[in-house]
Design a binder for this molecule. Structure first.
Ligand SMILES: Cc1cc2nc3c(=O)[nH]c(=O)nc-3n(C[C@H](O)[C@H](O)[C@H](O)COP(=O)(O)O)c2cc1C
Length: 182
């Protein structure tokens, strides 16, 4: 692929290239004025452990965006492979409150819905927001977290769902190296 001729082509090239970027599938939820909101998302990233902070990138056209912007809270629920049906439900198969008919939902500190069968749930309060293009990046201070069910994460790569497979010996990082660095 060479340089794009216009913005539309650049966006199409970018989307095509992002297919190579494997991501863990989550459901990001929020609660506002007694209504629950939620959507499937892979654009989630840890920011820092001190203080514990997680960022999410949310399209401003989604219903969940409005709820997070107004309530200032969200919960990131990391899905197990077995819960891939929930990923479909929360990315458009169902709408609104109907999405929550599937799964068992709890609450932790902020009131945002917490999926009981998630691998882990991060209950966050918005600490900062940065708008860029079509999306908002919300930085969430983790107020509570819940280790849920055991299992393997649901992944999304090359436009398909996938399951994590360990390397033959489950190769660890070399001695002395650590994801967090310092
Ligand atoms: C695997 C997958 C990952 C997604 N990741 C994101 C994401 O990171 N951010 C985002 O804004 N939308 C993402 N979406 C799209 C939203 O799930 C979808 O637009 C949302 O459910 C719309 O909700 P609404 O109809 O309530 O507005 C993703 C969809 C799928 C299938």
């Amino acid at each position: 692929m060479g340089p794009a001729a216009n913005a539309q082509e650049a966006a199409a090239q970018f989307k095509q290239a992002m297919r190579a970027f494997a991501g863990a599938v989550t459901i990001i939820t929020s609660s506002h004025a007694s209504h629950r909101y939620g959507m499937t998302a892979t654009a989630v990233c840890s920011v820092s452990a001190d203080p514990p902070t997680l960022l999410v990138c949310i399209n401003r056209a989604t219903s969940t965006h409005g709820a997070i912007a107004r309530s200032g809270v969200y919960c990131v629920n990391v899905l197990r492979y077995e819960d891939r049906e929930l990923s479909a439900i929360f990315s458009g198969v169902q709408k609104g409150e109907g999405r929550f008919r599937a799964g068992e939902w709890l609450r932790l500190a902020t009131g945002a819905p917490v999926l009981a069968s998630a691998l882990v749930s991060f209950d966050c309060r918005v600490a900062a927001r940065h708008d860029h293009g079509t999306h908002s990046v919300f930085f969430g201070a983790v107020e509570a977290l819940r280790i849920g069910a055991k299992g393997k994460p649901l992944l999304y790569a090359n436009g398909q769902y996938a399951k994590l497979a360990a390397l033959h010996h489950g190769e660890p990082l070399p001695e002395g190296l650590d994801y967090w660095g310092y």
